[in-house]
Design a protein around this ligand. Structure first.
Ligand code: SAM
Length: 314
């Protein structure tokens, strides 16, 4: 059916993220020794502005996530919504920043692919086994359930099933959605945002996605995706930084901030930015600015335990 085709196109976006991250790490933008196990070949060349954009995205997300984990002294849980083939679990393990529990959710077919790779590749499976103390490790074709890392196949649009499958704790909770909500209708994404606010008393939600999409450049971005059958069903919520914050503030979150990625880029540690700018020559600075002005990081908090998480910033 049409909706199966649409879902398949959305699932395929996880390969875009993986191949772009793989290419950028192969050029040295940042280190990720685990990416290679999910994307075997480096793949075709990506333009320098794309690589810089992924650099800002990964550095920005990591900065906020790590700040939250440090603030809670790892006594927290992380729920990565639409995680795809993300490698954050392994990075956190390596950096001694592993939360009490790290959950990931994605469509069952994406999860099956991820688990297949984990099973086959000892550099991926070893860290999971190392962090598991009991003999109850479950690793079948469709799910992974270990002491510290849990991968769940579910459709994020079906909140009741999601809530059932997620054996969540009442711990300070970080929810991540990196290029995920934009593929759902605004009503589906606000259901998730609302459910998260209801479920956790002390929490932070970080959402990365497109913004400022009503101008000409935004229209071209939308058309390019549509050409690949991929529909940004949630683009209505991406009109402005204000609308990004607004949907959190009206769904039970106490505090929200949003920045476009050009601003994030200018706030990243300048020494490292100077390093990556030397990796590849970029002639058209204007192109980078335009591209980064069309993506944003929005983060929202609620802080019943008064941990000070609303002060976390870039
Ligand atoms: N967050 C990862 C990253 O940034 O590397 C993957 C991003 S990819 C662009 C979007 C991911 O969201 C895909 O893996 C897709 O399968 C997942 N996704 C989108 N809609 C979903 C839904 N309704 N239920 C579960 N997963 C979904």
């Amino acid at each position: 059916t049409d909706s199966d085709t649409a879902d398949e196109a959305v699932r395929a976006t996880c390969d875009d993220a993986t191949t772009c991250k793989r290419f950028a790490t192969s050029k040295g933008y940042w280190k990720d020794p685990y990416m290679q196990y999910f994307a075997r070949s480096v793949g075709e060349r990506k333009a320098p502005e794309i690589n810089r954009g992924y650099y800002a995205r990964v550095q920005g997300m990591n900065h906020l996530l790590d700040a939250f984990i440090r603030k809670t002294e790892c006594d927290c849980q992380v729920i990565n919504l639409g995680a795809g083939l993300d490698t954050t679990f392994w990075r956190l393990k390596e950096e001694n920043l592993l939360p009490r529990k790290f959950f990931e959710i994605d469509f069952p077919t994406v999860v099956a692919r991820k688990i297949h790779n984990i099973k086959k590749k000892p550099p991926l499976s070893k860290p999971i086994i190392e962090t598991h103390s009991t003999d109850s490790l479950l690793l079948d074709a469709h799910s992974l359930d270990s002491d510290r890392y849990c991968i769940i196949g579910a459709d994020l649009r079906d909140i009741s099933t999601l809530d059932q499958k997620l054996k969540k704790f009442q711990l300070p909770t970080m929810l991540l959605s990196e290029c995920v909500l934009v593929y759902m209708t605004p009503s589906h994404s606000s259901n998730i945002i609302h459910w998260a606010a209801e479920s956790f008393h002390t929490a932070m939600f970080i959402n990365y996605e497109q913004v400022n999409m009503s101008d000409r450049f935004g229209q071209v971005m939308i058309e390019n995706l549509q050409r690949r059958q991929c529909n940004l069903a949630g683009v209505e919520a991406c009109q402005s930084l204000e609308s990004q914050k607004e949907r959190f503030l009206k769904s039970g979150w106490e505090h929200a901030d949003a920045l476009d990625m050009m601003t994030v880029y200018s706030m990243l540690p300048q020494e490292d930015v100077a390093r990556i700018e030397r990796l590849e020559f970029l002639d058209e600075k204007e192109l980078l600015h335009q591209l980064l002005q069309h993506y944003s990081i929005c983060w929202a908090t609620k802080d019943k335990l008064n941990l000070g998480i609303s002060y976390i910033t870039l």
